[in-house]
Design a protein around this ligand. Structure first.
Ligand code: TRP
Ligand code: ZN
Length: 858
């Protein structure tokens, strides 16, 4: 079957499975090249009329099939590339035994059972289980698992699966067998198996009811010292879920395995989470502050899935956001509580604007509940995850966090052990509030970021200012919004705060004038992005400056300043030259005297990157944007040289620990260094060189190198060499090294071409692919290079990846989404490249769907 003809799964066609397998006994006879898998299912008919039974199975080497002990006659079933069809099963309840072989060592897709480093491991979400064994592989089929694993003791001293270890025995010399049982029924996508030469590290957690849970993290040899932060994160997450939602862990054992070759961040398999090694392993020498925070968040995310995802799971994949949006919201809330709420919210909103808004405005746009898909792997998107989380946040804004907590507990107890849809979640929330929430469900069906326009007028009679808000695209799916707003006087004193709920397409807000002359108050709408919208509101520069300095909501204050910066770009593009920067400079000057939290201040001072700028103002002339940006950053550097020098010196000595104070100091001195390096007199490069040499924390070392690369310093080669010499033994740190060399500046395809020949680059390892190819494709100056060299380079690598790892190939292709907006010949060049991908002889389903979607936009 060719990808364009591969079937589309449609939400409206969803039907429950006619057959179920409530229990399964799995047997694995492990071997790197020839693993035999045997499944023994209890099979039960659920429909009144008997229907054919279909077992999913792909890339499997079929061996045998039996019903109630008897080998099936070949004319009773058909084996196809997609599975086994039994057109007329003999009874409506029976035991089915099916056996097949697989080759984990040659499985480079990193889905199903595969080899990574010294271990075998699995990835089954969403539909990888069918690459391990024949099964009814869908989330509404919940099974009780008993798993027997046997294998060579020298190759597989550790053999893990979900739940509890219930048996372990020596077989013949050099071979052993273990038995795992999971007491909780679960869909196939939550099944996991890990086997190999792994080091076990341990800790414990006492639950609120006094049970002791054994915590174990398994790593490859040499990494045992890098698990401390992960354990602390896990214990914090367990405690937080108890304190916030009363949710306790439900097994006596919780395991995490760090895997080197992993397609995404991590996976919430019941009791046995699998993690991309970069999201577990960290110490102060080798991990940046950002990676520490990512570890905290992802460990929490996967742990939180134990309730939101595992105990209450999905009815079908269309509802992925039910578990992902909700669990992202929970991990965001957790990080807000563990760190600084305003800073965390700024990071989340920046991410949403930089990645999700563009996705929703581009060819990949889809509602958080997709209506259809060909390959589910393609729908693990920022829309399903991050916009999904915004919709859950909106629910919490509409009903308040206390009722939200009540609603979530109600949802989890009412649907425990079931596979449900977003409807069950929404109605649970409504049940605890006692009324329905109008239009909330439409958020699940409408794609695109709502654009809300604000029109101002003045009423002489009432001496009021009238703000008319209109959802400019809402006819099909009118929405509900939470609009947190505040009113300020012209000096920026807070006069009033209000939370308004806007139902449908319009709202009118009337605010008294500030005096008898009708002076206009300054209003800040949708503070902290209280709904996931874009606001079309032309505030005057004077008003924006007041908000950028005085907004009491730190998030909106931050974004007001960003708006000031974007306005400067708009004006400068209009006039064709860099306009006067005085408003920006004045606001920065003001910020030095405010005594803000250090991390907050460092964010405030971070000048937006090219992608952010271009998305915010809708301009794709990256060369122009880059030279304007350089001009602005240089002017700031020149104007505040002494302030940045002071900031740098004041925060220079940091202690390499993960506390708010030390993280803030590192961030602030790094941002100071960044501006100093842009000083056109080039007098501060030696500071960066020193910073790298004397670094006590990876955040210091990496920043210095990145900045030297970004400004194209004459020191950059030395810096890159020094970094490599120091870290060549650590693959995770080298990822940063690969990425930094292509992430900024022009013509980096040539560098990437050199780097991919480096002995430590490996196209089979997704972290390396992300470090090199994704970083390059996210560098607009190089990817959208006018001569098309960026597109050609990336397209060629997509073709290679199609043969190796279709998920990575498809994910990389998504970065072609903005090509239709590019200037000159670029859309045409992109089209040629994408067509040649579409014509690949072995085009995978994953890649076929994405390349087809983007081509349709060209
Ligand atoms: N469910 C995982 C999460 O926590 C994400 C996931 C989906 C995944 N597919 C995967 C992880 C494939 C690794 C590989 O969000
Ligand atoms: Zn998740």
């Amino acid at each position: 079957m060719t990808p364009s003809s591969s079937p589309i799964h449609k939400l409206e066609d969803y039907k429950p499975s006619p057959w179920f397998t409530p229990s399964v006994e799995l047997r694995f006879d492990l071997d790197l090249h020839l693993t035999v898998v045997r499944a023994e299912y209890e099979v039960v008919l659920q429909t009144p009329e008997k229907e054919p039974l279909f077992l999913n199975g792909e890339s499997l080497d079929f061996l045998s099939i039996r019903i109630d002990g008897a080998i099936l006659d070949p004319n009773e079933y058909q084996v196809t590339p997609l599975g086994i069809l039994i057109p007329d099963p003999p009874k409506d309840k029976f035991k089915l035994i099916v056996e097949n072989r697989i080759n984990p060592a040659t499985n480079t897709s990193l889905e199903g059972l595969y080899k990574s480093g010294s271990m075998l491991c699995t990835q089954n979400e969403p539909e990888g289980f069918r690459k391990i064994v024949y099964s009814i592989d869908r989330p509404d089929n919940m099974m009780q698992f008993r798993v027997t694993i046997s294998g060579d003791t020298s190759l597989f001293p550790v053999m893990l699966s979900n739940g509890n270890l219930v048996g372990e025995s020596q077989l013949v010399e050099g071979k052993k067998e273990v038995i795992w049982e999971d007491p909780y029924p679960k869909p196939s996508y939550l099944f996991a198996l890990v086997a190999g030469e792994l080091e076990e590290t341990k800790d414990t957690f006492i639950t609120k009811s006094g049970r002791e849970v054994a915590l174990k993290i398994f790593v490859e040899k040499g990494n045992e010292e890098k698990v401390g932060f992960a354990f602390d994160s896990l214990k914090k997450a367990m405690k937080w879920d108890e304190d916030t939602f009363g949710l306790e862990y439900d097994l006596d054992l919780f395991m995490i395995v760090a895997v080197e070759d992993f397609n995404m961040g991590a996976m919430e398999n019941k009791g046995l989470n699998l993690f991309n090694a970069k999201l577990v392993l960290a110490d102060k020498k080798s991990a940046t502050d950002e990676s520490f925070e990512a570890i905290l968040a992802v460990i929490a995310h996967e742990y939180f899935h134990n309730w939101t995802g595992n105990r209450v799971t999905l009815r079908n994949w269309f509802n992925l956001t039910l578990k992902e949006g909700l669990t992202v919201f929970r991990d965001q809330w957790f990080t807000e509580d563990m760190t600084d709420p305003a800073v965390k919210r700024i990071k989340d909103v920046l991410f949403l604007k930089e990645f999700q808004f563009p996705e929703d405005q581009g060819p990949m746009s889809h509602p958080i509940l997709p209506k259809s898909y060909k390959e589910m792997n393609n729908f693990y998107t920022v829309t399903v995850y991050e916009k999904g989380a915004e919709v859950i946040r909106l629910v919490s804004e509409l009903i308040g966090r206390d009722l939200f907590k009540k609603g979530l507990k109600h949802y989890l107890s009412k649907y425990d052990g079931q596979g449900v849809t977003f409807e069950e979640f929404v109605s649970s929330m409504e049940e605890v509030t006692g009324h329905s929430i109008p239009n909330l469900r439409n958020w699940y069906h409408r794609s695109g970021t709502p654009l809300i326009s604000v029109k101002e007028s003045f009423s002489k009679e009432s001496n009021e200012w009238i703000f008319d808000l209109t959802d400019t695209g809402g006819d099909d799916y009118p929405l509900v919004y939470s609009n947190s707003l505040a009113v300020f006087n012209r000096e920026g004193s807070l006069l009033k705060e209000e939370k308004r709920i806007m139902v449908g397409e319009r709202d009118q807000i009337r605010v008294s004038a500030l005096d008898q002359e009708g002076t206009k108050p300054i209003v800040s709408f949708f503070r902290s992005l209280s709904s996931p919208i874009r606001l079309d509101y032309k505030q005057t520069e004077e008003e924006t400056i007041v908000l950028a300095k005085m907004e009491t909501d730190g998030v909106s204050r931050f974004f007001s300043f960003q708006n000031l910066i974007f306005d400067w770009f708009r004006k400068s593009l209009d006039s064709g030259k860099g306009e006067n920067l005085s408003t920006i400079l004045e606001t920065i000057a003001d910020s030095f005297g405010r005594g803000w939290d250090k991390t907050y201040h460092s964010f405030y001072l971070s000048f937006p990157g090219l992608t952010q700028i271009s998305e915010s103002i809708g301009c794709y002339e990256f060369q122009k944007l880059a030279s304007l940006r350089r001009e602005a950053v240089q002017s700031i550097a020149v104007k505040f040289t002494s302030q940045f020098q002071i900031l740098f010196e004041e925060n220079r000595k940091t202690i390499p620990i993960q506390t708010k104070e030390e993280i803030g100091k590192r961030r602030l001195k790094n941002i100071a260094l960044y501006y100093l390096l842009y000083d056109p007199k080039n007098q501060f490069e030696k500071l960066a060189v020193m910073e790298q040499r004397e670094a006590k924390h990876m955040s210091e070392e990496v920043s210095a190198m990145k900045y030297l690369l970004e400004i194209d310093s004459k020191e950059k080669e030395n810096s890159v060499r020094l970094f490599f010499e120091k870290w060549k033994h650590d693959g995770l740190v080298l990822d940063v090294w690969f990425a930094a060399q292509v992430a900024s500046g022009e013509d980096r395809s040539k560098i990437a071409e050199k780097l991919e020949k480096h002995p430590q680059f490996n196209i089979r390892n997704p972290n390396k692919v992300r470090a090199l190819y994704f970083s390059l494709a996210r560098n607009p100056l190089s990817f959208h290079a006018e001569d098309g060299s960026g597109y050609q380079f990336i397209a060629e690598r997509i073709k290679r990846l199609n043969e190796i790892n279709p998920q990575m190939a498809a994910a990389l292709t998504k970065l072609f989404s903005p090509v239709s907006k590019q200037k000159g010949e670029l859309p045409k060049i992109a089209k040629i490249e994408l067509e040649s991908i579409a014509n690949l002889p072995n085009l995978s389903k994953e890649l076929g769907e994405i390349v087809g979607t983007i081509l349709n936009s060209l």
